[in-house]
Design a protein. Structure first.
Length: 434
């Protein structure tokens, strides 16, 4: 062996093998030599290899969980429960306070309304017709004009509050108190449009047409270009029965606005009330062109033609009305008169026969006595029909009179027991029963 060489260099060192038969509980290899402690690296087995299959779904408890082991769940959540109870108490107290505040607010409002109603003075007539002071004039060049403006603003605010109270009264269908509140607002602000519009509608609904007309006139004095106010004024004038004013307002409306069928109808009715039948018939013709099935308009136009003695035009309108309303006796009566004035005897008899079938002989018997049938009274067919109707009517009249007299005689005689005639009884009924 050469000098300087050793067996250690010639043969590599063999590592000592350790048996892996058994492991400690911690999962580490046992160390028998101190050199292995420094040269070998310790190894650790995974946790899942040390757990049983029954513990796979369990959660490893930390030190905090171990400290709480054995305590009751209620003791662990006591602070959370106390906090939740405190929050619930505060919420309930808040809700109760809100309900009490709302009830107090409503009670104060009802009490103020009752005090206001009790202190109202008794007035005669519509308060709106009473004279109200105007707004007056203000010199804006004067430096002290700011004070009147502030006063006016306060008045307008007060009127707004009153009008809001009117809306609440209308929701409760308290019409009388709503009208009184509107009057109070108008005393504070005579040209308040909200109060004027509400009270005008209330007057019209309550059939106080004169007061409604007065209110619409005042509103048009403030805003004369509003077409809806013009139409509302026409409605009130039509219900009030002032044809001259209705015609004036209707013509004014048509000068500034487009055609309106409702306004045209009010104009025609106004001409009809004034007995200006030519203008009324012309106005009704415009309405019929728009609505040909209006029975009332057709009836009024036929009357206009009859008053103008234009019986053929009246017949044309009445025939159109008969198609709309088949059960109107006045329509057939006017047709009969028009046929008579035109000298059409056969048409008169046919119309009377149809009327007798529809409305009975009693109604037709009353028509025969009308002097407007004189032009055909001497006609033979008309006389035969009239005799049959009158004879039938006279016979019914005698029967009714006889029935009335018989009932009166029976009422004077004391009621007696009606006994059956024994001679006409069945012998089997007289035998005793088993």
């Amino acid at each position: 062996m050469p000098i300087g060489s050793t067996d250690f260099e010639a043969r590599p060192m063999k590592k000592k093998k350790h048996s892996n038969n058994r492991l400690n509980s911690g999962g580490f290899d046992p160390m028998t030599d101190s050199n292995d402690f420094y040269s070998g690296s310790p190894t650790e087995r995974p946790l899942y290899q040390d757990r049983r299959k029954t513990d796979m779904n369990r959660v490893r408890k930390t030190a905090r969980h171990q400290d709480l082991t054995g305590r009751r769940k209620e003791a662990a959540d006591l602070r959370e429960k106390m906090a939740l109870i405190a929050i619930m108490k505060a919420t309930i107290i808040l809700i109760v306070l809100i309900i009490l505040f709302f009830a107090l607010w409503k009670g104060i409002g009802l009490y103020e309304e009752k005090v206001f109603v009790d202190n109202l003075p008794d007035t005669q007539g519509a308060p709106l017709l009473n004279p109200l002071q105007g707004l007056g004039e203000m010199d804006v060049n004067v430096r002290e004009a700011g004070a009147p403006f502030s006063e006016r603003i306060e008045q307008w605010k007060k009127a707004e509050r009153i009008v809001d109270n009117v809306d609440n009264l209308l929701l409760r269908d308290n019409i009388d108190q709503a009208i009184i509140r509107c009057q109070e607002a108008l005393e504070v602000a005579p040209m308040h449009m909200g109060a004027l519009e509400r009270i005008a509608r209330l007057y019209f609904d309550q059939k106080m047409y004169a007061e409604a007309v007065n209110t619409y006139v005042r509103m048009l004095g403030v805003e004369p270009s509003r077409s809806d106010l013009q139409v509302d004024l026409l409605k009130a004038l039509n219900m009030y029965g002032d044809p001259d004013a209705t015609i004036a307002v209707g013509q004014w409306y048509h000068e500034k606005n487009m055609y309106n069928g409702e306004v045209q109808r009010y104009l025609a009715n106004a001409f009809f009330l004034k007995k200006e039948y030519a203008e009324a018939a012309e106005a009704y013709a415009v309405v019929i062109a728009e609505k040909p099935g209006d029975s009332s308009v057709l009836e009024n136009q036929a009357i206009c033609y009859m008053e103008l003695k234009e019986y053929q035009k009246a017949l044309d309108v009445l025939e159109q009305q008969a198609l709309v309303d088949l059960r109107d006796p006045d329509c057939y009566k006017r047709m009969t008169f028009c046929f008579a004035q035109l000298g059409k005897e056969e048409d008169v008899v046919q119309t009377l026969g149809r009327s007798a079938h529809l409305f009975g002989a009693d109604a037709v018997a009353m028509w025969i006595q009308d002097p407007r049938l004189d032009p055909v009274r001497m006609d033979r067919s008309f006389q035969i029909f009239a005799d049959s109707v009158v004879t039938e009517e006279y016979r019914k009249y005698l029967e009714r009179m006889a029935q009335t007299m018989e009932n009166a005689e029976k009422a004077e005689i004391a009621p007696q027991l009606d006994l059956p005639d024994r001679t006409q009884l069945d012998p089997e009924l007289l035998k005793p029963r088993q």
